[in-house]
Write a protein that binds this ligand. Structure first.
Ligand SMILES: C[S@@+](CC[C@H](N)C(=O)[O-])C[C@H]1O[C@@H](n2cnc3c(N)ncnc32)[C@H](O)[C@@H]1O
Length: 261
């Protein structure tokens, strides 16, 4: 991958690009007036991370570009502000002040909704195994503007942890979080939106392991919650109780700590 800027970057964009280049431990390639195609040829690398006033965007030929955006968290938070409920929050029995571990961060939309619901006294940590996703989502959550105050303040409070969730959870103490949440990649594509499409090319598509479920049950104080596609069978494999299963919709399921489900 190479890192460059848009044409004629201002000081803020330059500082952003330098910070990202440092975080990836790479050199920033000056854009001058070269096209992205010319940079690809000069550096013999198809993957170009372009930093502009709009944010950072990874461009690879024949793939949807990957960039951070709040995805469905913006409208979910609006609905919560109107007093509606959110199925994920209900399955997790979220209360203000809770601590949540999102073991499959992705674009972070679910983590942002958790952060909104939990408020300033709780903690949301999101684990992402793919460095490119983790770094761009962490960067985006820190810088995104144009959302409501509630959305921006929620995303600023999400902590990003880069690593495989099994390794990360293994280093955590028993009962460190009220809830541990898994949303692994669905085996069949159900969401073709640009944002998730962008993640798909870089995502870790491995299935959830029995070891990860065991670690989550150790690390959680209240519940471990799983989201999967409508055809998903992981909840059956791991003994999770489905929550209001509806045809053709994502299935949420949970395991109560203490075996009381
Ligand atoms: C379906 S996406 C999650 C979407 C997310 N809930 C959201 O709201 O944007 C799954 C993400 O989990 C990551 N992932 C899969 N297996 C993982 C693992 N073992 N450890 C950490 N991250 C993992 C994938 O790379 C992908 O980014």
């Amino acid at each position: 991958m190479i890192i460059t800027t848009g044409l004629e970057p201002n000081e803020t964009t330059m500082a952003h690009a330098i910070e990202l280049a440092e975080s990836f431990a790479m050199q920033l390639v000056p854009r001058r007036d070269a096209s992205i195609q010319q940079l690809r040829r000069q550096h013999q690398d198809d993957a170009v991370l372009v930093v502009s006033a709009k944010g950072a965007r990874l461009e690879i030929p024949d793939q949807p570009a990957f960039f951070f955006h709040p995805n469905n968290s913006a409208f979910r938070i609006k609905r919560l502000e109107r007093g509606d409920t959110d199925t994920m929050l209900s399955v997790c029995q979220i209360q203000p002040g809770d601590d949540v571990l999102d073991a499959t961060l992705g674009l972070g939309a679910d983590s942002i909704v958790f952060a909104y619901a939990i408020g300033e006294n709780g903690r949301v940590a999101g684990i992402e195994s793919q460095t490119i996703i983790a770094k761009l989502v962490e960067d985006g959550m820190k810088r995104w503007r144009n959302g409501s105050d509630a959305l921006e303040s929620a995303m600023r409070r999400v902590e990003v942890i880069t690593g495989h969730h099994l390794d990360v959870m293994s280093s955590m103490k028993d009962k460190s979080f009220d809830v541990v949440y898994f949303d692994p990649m669905f085996e069949t594509t159900v969401d073709a939106s640009a944002g998730i499409g962008g993640v798909r090319a870089f995502a870790n598509a491995e299935t959830l392991s029995a070891e990860a479920v065991q670690e989550a049950l150790r690390v959680a104080r209240r519940r471990v919650v799983l989201k999967e596609g409508s055809e998903g069978k992981l909840h059956e494999r791991f003994g999770f109780t489905p929550y209001r299963k509806r045809e053709r919709q994502a299935v949420y399921s949970f395991r109560e700590i203490g075996g009381g489900e």
